[in-house]
Design a binder for this molecule. Structure first.
Ligand code: SF4
Length: 76
């Protein structure tokens, strides 16, 4: 599997990426809701039940199914 996105990575920090959606900074990202997570994001490439999967925002890395970033878009 590809390496996981590091929360301390500058791009991850800029997008507010967290491995655990419940840890997202609510003041910095007021549109965030705990129901939003990578597994329900349009851009997530993991399969249902996978713990992590690809995301084009973080090319070559994997994001947590329970993660979140500011580019979250509801899966259609
Ligand atoms: Fe997760 Fe979507 Fe952000 Fe990618 S764009 S890190 S799948 S919330």
């Amino acid at each position: 599997a590809a390496p996981k996105v590091d929360e301390a990575d500058p791009q991850a920090k800029a997008l507010g990426y967290r491995n655990d959606t419940t840890k997202v900074d609510a003041k910095q990202f007021p549109k965030h809701a705990d129901a939003q997570k990578c597994a329900t994001c349009q851009l997530y490439q993991g399969k249902a039940g996978d713990a992590a999967g690809g995301c084009p925002i973080f090319a070559g890395k994997e994001v947590s199914a329970n993660g979140w970033c500011n580019s979250w878009v509801k899966k259609a």
